[in-house]
Design a protein around this ligand. Structure first.
Ligand code: C2O
Length: 339
């Protein structure tokens, strides 16, 4: 078998459509790319979105404003960044060496490392535009009762962190349903918090007994998409997407559909917490990562903070110290929520 790699020189329209109209999310074209290995000298800590200072919110909001104001021909432009998600998730790229096989990184063992790299470059673009190396992305701490609603920074229509295309019934103080299946449960918010706690235990512990259960099933070069999602990708990751999206839109935009999810700034905070679950899996639960070389050698191409395309590997995503960020060690109340 061969590890997976995208063929960025043959990008095509996405497989999803909006009202029957095809979506093209190919990035500005690149003449080539360089290999990139991270080697940070400092490590900065990402913080929970509901607990950051007013100054931090202003700063993050100004980074997103700057990204939105970049020209559409600049791959660091906010909508181009959202399209990076679209192109890797909606089969815009063929697989390198397999022109008739499309690449889709969801529902496979590429889910965690791909999104880690995606946020890594998104964060570096923010640092660069803010001219502040200490800046880190916030995470939406939906696994703790203190963070189980849309963080207020994303619900202020005066900030660039706002997106109006969300389910109006799920705005604060509504408590998120981490196992949401499209129906709002008519229950007390405190019961919902208890359910969420059990959901976290089930997904992080019960359903994550092997690396493949946690990360997802192998996707090898030449394979068809969708070998199977890992525990956290299924629940709560997919459920939180669906819960935020607006069901009155044709495809539950923005958060509830792959091509548009990255247009909602809350996406990056949601995924920082998904990424934090990987950190917890490694560092708190002391569970093992996948060791298969086909996983470790799979690679992706992103535009960096200098708008240049770089190729990165899964193996370089596993050491957070090298990536220059970490997560705080917060209490995990769900560890006591064995159903
Ligand atoms: Cu790429 Cu949350 O999905």
């Amino acid at each position: 078998a061969l590890p997976v790699s995208p063929d960025i020189f043959n990008c095509t329209e996405a497989t999803e459509t909006r009202n029957g109209i095809p979506i093209n999310c190919c990035p500005p074209s690149a003449a080539g790319y360089n290999d990139y290995t991270p080697s940070a000298s400092e490590v900065y800590t990402r913080m929970p979105a509901h607990a950051v200072s007013h100054d931090y919110v202003k700063k993050y909001s100004s980074a997103i404003t700057k990204m939105k104001n970049l020209s559409m021909s600049d791959p660091r432009n906010f909508y181009q960044q959202a399209n990076v998600h679209c192109v890797y998730c909606d089969e815009g790229y063929p697989q390198l060496g397999f022109p008739d096989k499309k690449l889709e990184i969801h529902s496979s063992w590429l889910f965690f490392p791909w999104h880690r790299w995606y946020l890594y470059f998104f964060e570096r673009i923010c640092k660069n535009l803010l001219d502040d190396d200490t800046f880190t992305l916030p995470f939406w701490q939906w696994d703790d009762s203190s963070g189980m609603q849309i963080p207020s920074m994303f619900n202020d229509s005066k900030l660039s962190l706002y997106d109006c295309i969300r389910n109006p019934k799920h705005l604060p103080p509504k408590v998120v349903d981490l196992a949401y299946n499209g129906t709002d449960l008519p229950i007390d918010p405190n019961i919902q918090i208890q359910y969420n706690c059990c959901t976290m235990y089930t997904q992080m512990i019960t359903q994550s007994s092997t690396p493949e259960c946690f990360f997802g099933q192998p996707l090898l070069g030449g394979n068809d998409p969708d070998p199977g999602a890992g525990s956290i990708e299924n629940i709560p990751h997919n459920c939180v997407h669906d819960w935020v999206g607006d069901p009155s839109q044709p495809n539950n935009e923005d958060m509830g559909v792959l091509y548009a999810a990255g247009r909602d700034p809350i996406f990056y905070a949601h995924h920082a917490n998904v990424d934090r679950m990987w950190y917890i899996y490694d560092n708190v639960l002391k569970c093992k990562n996948i060791e298969d070389p086909d996983w470790l050698n799979s690679s992706f191409i992103f535009f960096n903070e200098a708008a240049r395309p770089v190729r990165v590997t899964v193996k370089d995503s596993t050491n957070l110290a090298k990536l220059g960020y970490t997560y705080p060690d917060l209490p995990l109340s769900w560890l006591d929520c064995k159903p």
